[in-house]
Ligand binder design. Structure first.
Ligand SMILES: [Zn+2]
Length: 370
């Protein structure tokens, strides 16, 4: 499988990132963690889970309940590509039983932190290391892996959590890690993971679709990228099967197929699941600051749309996103990419609720930047 070969073909972090990390982390400020700090592992009452991104922490909490202490390093309104490491991050990892990271080139700030944390239990390949993207069908995989033009998605799109079905796969990966480091509580983790999967399926597709296709068949179709090709063209009781959708996909049905402009390539998985294509990007290449020429092309594109919508994560310049939208008479939808990135976005369900409802508002003509 493609993701497995990529996982093992990881290239070293380029010098430019190493140097950037050294600048960001003067050793006099950061110091180093001389060994696993805090109480010895066997005295801990609960398992400690540390995740790079708060959405992984939210998914981990769904699985662990009160069986583990879960904390995230990055904030939900922070650009996950560019998190400034702090000494407290290395200390948290030094005490972790389980460490969850995307596993592609999203968090270039992680290898340095793992070095400083000096916790062999959570290093890559150790039982306490979880790669969140494992088993996810990657999108936007480039022909060649090169950062020569500044691209920061060289192994494929790393923003995998924006498809709620991928949240199921992420949960399963975290479950595997928890089984390894805390086998005594495996049954509880398994029960809660299944419950999370059920709630994701119901919220994404609706109960009726689960009844019609069956839980396992629906999951299989969704995880393998065959859901839309399966439901399209099929009928039930003389009506298109796709009309039986509920949940988020039904809420997004009024604007399914509408092209929008996006700031960064962080919505690919969301677009793919909901069939709302990002037709053009303000950042021509992920991570490369927009040029005036590209901004002009985005404006031209938006002016051609009946309802121009520009979707951006809330860690980009709000002013710039709003100015582009205003020049086209369109709507800027500025939302957090991660759990915790805005008030009231405390769970994974809150996050997707917000994305879908804000887009629905924009396409009904009542939405706007906030
Ligand atoms: Zn990105």
């Amino acid at each position: 499988m493609r993701h497995d070969t990529r996982r093992h073909a990881r290239t070293p972090i380029p010098l430019v990132f190493v140097l950037a990390a050294m600048v960001a982390l003067p050793s006099a400020v950061l110091g180093s963690v001389a060994g696993p700090a805090g109480p010895p592992h066997q005295e801990q009452e609960t398992v400690r889970v540390v995740t790079t991104l708060p959405t992984y922490a939210a998914i981990a909490r769904e699985i662990t309940g009160d069986l583990a202490r879960v904390e995230a390093i990055a904030r939900g309104d922070e650009d996950p590509h560019f998190v400034t490491p702090r000494p407290s991050f290395a200390r948290a990892i030094s005490r972790a039983d389980l460490f969850v990271t995307t596993g592609l080139d999203l968090e270039v700030w992680v290898p340095g932190l793992l070095d400083r944390a000096n916790n062999p239990r959570v290093l890559e390949g150790a039982p306490g290391h979880v790669v969140a993207y494992s088993g996810v069908r990657l999108l936007d995989v480039p022909e060649t892996t090169s950062r020569a033009e500044g691209d920061i998605h060289i192994y494929g799109n790393p923003h995998v959590h924006t498809d709620p079905v991928n949240a199921v796969q992420i949960a399963r990966n975290i479950l595997e890690g928890l089984r390894r480091v805390d086998p005594d509580n495996a049954a509880g983790y398994e029960r809660r993971t299944r419950d999370f999967e059920d709630r994701i399926l119901a919220r994404t597709f609706g109960d009726r679709m689960i009844d019609l296709l069956g839980r396992e068949s629906l999951l299989e179709l969704a995880l393998n990228g065959r859901f839309w090709s399966f439901v399209e063209g099929r009928e039930i009781d003389g009506r298109p099967l796709v009309d039986q959708l509920g949940g988020w996909l039904a809420e997004a049905a009024p604007f399914r197929g509408r092209s929008l402009a996006c700031y960064h390539k962080n919505w690919s998985y969301f677009s793919h699941r909901f069939r709302i294509p990002c037709a053009i990007y303000v950042e021509e290449k992920p991570g490369v600051p927009p040029t005036p020429g590209q901004v002009g092309r985005v404006i031209t594109f938006l002016r051609d749309q009946e309802l121009p919508v520009l979707l951006a994560a809330n860690y980009f310049s709000r002013g710039q996103v709003n100015r582009v939208a205003e020049r086209t008479g369109g709507v800027a939808v500025i939302v957090p990419e991660h759990v915790g990135g805005a008030e009231g976005v405390d769970t994974y369900f809150d996050l997707v609720d917000l994305w879908v409802s804000r887009l629905a508002e924009a396409y009904s003509g009542s939405g706007g930047a906030r």
